[in-house]
Design a binder for this molecule. Structure first.
Ligand SMILES: [Zn+2]
Length: 188
């Protein structure tokens, strides 16, 4: 009886551990990035004219070879290219909605050059994601995706590039204000 019970708890523990790590695998991420270019295509068209958007997934990129996790650039024809590393996509905190937030943040870098990180989060939340998530429960998706992204950032920052408590607070306040619909106020 006791052994059964131990086995039972072990089974439950294994299932919950599996569930915690059951994010998209490489194939699923590739399909997601393909889908993102289709979903974001019309919106990028309004931002960047006739130029195209490509998302390159680097499944084998590690935190050492590609520490930025996600990046953005343009080719010589001003086509926009986003890149995402495998280590970043496969982090426990990552989800498809959180990746939508990350990619919208990266699109803001291209569309709003010269603005800071805080602004790019604000733009993603107030401009880009509402376009991508039209007709869905935008508030709930914003709360969940930004929460996951901040968990991911805190972990990464603690490990590689510590930020002051004030800066981390600034990111969180900005995200909260953007979701609530307040105008942008820079906090740096
Ligand atoms: Zn950025």
């Amino acid at each position: 009886m006791r052994i059964d019970r131990v086995a039972y708890y072990f089974l439950i523990l294994s299932i919950s551990t599996l569930a915690a790590h059951a994010g998209p695998d490489d194939q699923e991420w590739k399909a997601y990035f393909q889908d993102f270019t289709l979903r974001a295509g019309p919106y990028v068209h309004t931002l960047n004219g006739k130029h195209s958007l490509t998302v390159e997934y680097l499944p084998h990129a590690s935190e050492i070879s590609f520490p930025q996790g996600a990046s953005q650039g343009r080719d010589s024809q001003n086509n926009w290219i986003l890149r995402v590393g495998g280590w970043f996509a496969k982090d426990d905190f990552m989800s498809r909605d959180a990746m939508d937030f990350v990619l919208c943040h990266e699109l803001s870098h291209l569309f709003n050059p010269g603005k800071n990180e805080i602004f790019h989060d604000y733009f993603a939340i107030t401009e880009c994601l509402p376009e991508l998530w039209r007709g869905e429960d935008i508030q709930a998706k914003l709360k969940e995706s930004t929460k996951r992204t901040m968990q991911n950032r805190r972990k990464f920052w603690n490990r590689n590039s510590p930020r002051s408590a004030a800066i981390v607070q600034c990111y969180e306040t900005n995200i909260h204000q953007a979701i609530e619909g307040f105008p942008f106020t820079d906090c740096l």
